[in-house]
Design a protein around this ligand. Structure first.
Ligand SMILES: Nc1ncnc2c1ncn2[C@@H]1O[C@H](COP(=O)(O)OP(=O)(O)OP(=O)(O)O)[C@@H](O)[C@H]1O
Ligand SMILES: [Mg+2]
Length: 356
C-alpha cells in the first residue's frame, strides 16, 4: 500500500509518499519512499504566521512539492493507493489549498481521497517507526494544542485533559519573541535555555496537584512578560536565564499533568501492560522535555515513545501514515472512509476540526 500525504495546515508545505504492507498487523511500521517539506520563511519578518501569506505560499509551492516526491521515489500516480490530505484543524486558507488540490488529484487520477485530521496524524506518527500498540497515553504538545489523550485505535480517542487557554507551543513562541530570539522560535528558545540557570527566576505553575488533567499557560506567559517589561534582559546570560526558567516551569507543568493522566490511564486500562506513553507535536522535539518525560515514565511504570524530531513538527509523512493506519483499520483501501476524524471526498477544509 502506498499513500501520498499532503500537509498545508499552517506554514509548512509538505508532501510525502509512504508505503507499508497491508497485513493489518496493529504495530507494524511504514517506509518513507519520498518526503519534501518547504518551511515558509515569508512570515519571519512579521514575527508570526500571516494566514493570507501562508495560503498564497501553499498555492505557490504545493504542486512542485508533490511533483518532487514522485520524482524522488521514481513513481507515478498509477503506483499509489490513496491521497491523504490534512483537512483540519489549521488556517483555513492553507487547508483549502491542500484539500482542493488533493480532491482535484483524486478526480483526475481516479485514486481515492482521504481527509485526515492533523491532530490524529500527530497522535499516530510514533507508530511509523515503533511498534507501539493501542491503547497508549498521548501528550500532544504543539503550536495550537496541548492535550492529554488516550489513543484507543487509529480512529478512537478519549480526551483526558486540554489547555484552558494557550497551547504550550504558543507560550514557547511568545516568550522567544519577548526575548528577541530568531526564527524558528521554539528551537531557538531551547538552545538559549541550555546556557541559562533554570532557577534564576521563580515563575508560577498552574494546577499543580489538581485532580483534573487540564493545563493553563496564560499565567506563565504573562509572568514572563511582566518580568521582561520590568527589567528587560540586557545580556545573553540574562536572556538565557529567563529562557531556562520559563522552559523548566513549562516542563514541570507538563510533567505534573501527565503524572495525573498516567494514574487515570492505569485505572482505566489496568490489564494493558506494559503501559505506553507517547509525546507528539512540535514541542515534543524539545530535548529537555524528552529527558523529563523519560524520568517521569520510569517513575510511573510507563514506556516512553517519542517520534523522531522531523516527525514532531508539521510534515506530510505523518499525514500519509495516518491515511495508511485508517485504511488498515477499516480494511478498505478502495475509497475514503466515513466518520470523524477521517472522511471521504465530500469533506471540506475545517479550521476547527476536533479530535474527540
Ligand atoms: N525544540 C523545541 N522546543 C520547544 N518548542 C518547540 C521546539 N520545536 C518546535 N517547537 C514548537 O512547536 C510548535 C510547532 O509545532 P507543530 O508544527 O506541531 O504546531 P502546529 O502545527 O502549528 O499546531 P497544531 O499541530 O496544534 O495545529 C511551535 O509552537 C514551536 O515553537
Ligand atoms: Mg502540527
Amino acid at each position: 500500500m502506498i499513500v501520498l500525504g499532503i500537509e498545508t495546515s499552517c506554514d509548512e508545505t509538505s508532501a510525502a509518499l509512504v508505503a507499508c504492507d497491508d497485513s493489518g498487523e496493529s504495530g507494524a511500521g511504514g517506509e518513507v519512499l519520498a518526503d519534501a517539506l518547504w518551511s515558509q520563511r515569508e512570515h519571519q519578518r512579521w514575527g508570526g504566521v500571516v494566514p493570507e501569506v501562508a495560503a498564497r505560499a501553499h498555492a505557490h509551492y504545493l504542486a512542485p512539492t508533490v511533483q518532487r516526491v514522485f520524482q524522488q521515489a521514481n513513481l507515478s500516480w498509477r503506483d499509489i493507493d490513496c491521497i491523504a490530505v490534512t483537512a483540519g484543524p489549521g488556517l483555513i486558507g492553507g487547508l483549502v489549498v491542500g484539500v482542493c488540490y488533493g480532491q482535484a488529484l483524486s478526480i483526475a487520477s481516479g485514486k481515492p481521497f482521504m481527509a485526515v485530521n492533523h491532530l490524529a496524524a500527530h497522535a499516530l506518527s510514533v507508530r511509523l517507526n515503533v511498534p507501539c500498540r493501542f491503547p497508549y497515553l498521548l501528550l500532544l504538545v504543539s503550536g495550537g494544542h496541548c492535550q492529554l489523550l488516550c489513543v484507543e485505535s487509529a480512529g478512537s480517542f478519549r480526551l483526558y485533559g486540554t489547555t484552558r487557554d494557550d497551547a504550550v507551543g504558543e507560550a514557547f513562541d511568545k516568550v522567544a519573541r519577548m526575548l528577541d530570539l530568531d526564527w524558528p522560535l521554539g528551537p531557538h528558545l531551547e538552545m538559549c535555555a541550555r546556557e541559562g540557570n533554570p532557577e534564576a527566576y521563580p515563575l508560577p505553575q498552574a494546577f499543580v496537584g489538581a485532580q483534573h488533567c487540564d493545563f493553563s499557560f496564560a499565567g506563565l506567559k504573562s509572568a514572563v512578560r511582566r518580568k521582561v517589561e520590568a527589567q528587560p534582559p540586557q545580556t545573553d546570560k540574562e536572556k538565557a536565564d529567563m529562557a531556562a526558567s520559563f522552559q523548566r516551569t513549562a516542563i514541570a507543568m507538563l510533567c505534573d499533568r501527565s503524572a495525573r493522566a498516567m494514574e487515570r490511564f492505569q485505572r482505566d486500562y489496568p490489564s494493558k501492560q506494559p503501559y505506553r506513553f507517547v509525546a507528539a507535536g512540535g514541542v515534543a522535539a524539545n530535548g529537555a522535555l524528552r529527558q523529563a518525560l523519560g524520568g517521569l515514565c520510569a517513575e510511573h511504570g510507563f514506556q516512553l515513545h517519542v517520534p523522531p524530531m522531523e516527525l514532531c513538527t508539521d510534515n506530510a509523512v505523518m499525514v500519509a501514515w495516518a491515511g495508511i493506519e485508517r485504511m488498515r483499520e477499516s480494511g478498505d483501501n478502495s475509497r475514503g472512509v466515513g466518520g470523524s476524524p477521517f472522511d471521504a471526498i465530500g469533506l471540506s477544509a475545517h479550521p476547527r476540526l476536533p479530535l474527540v
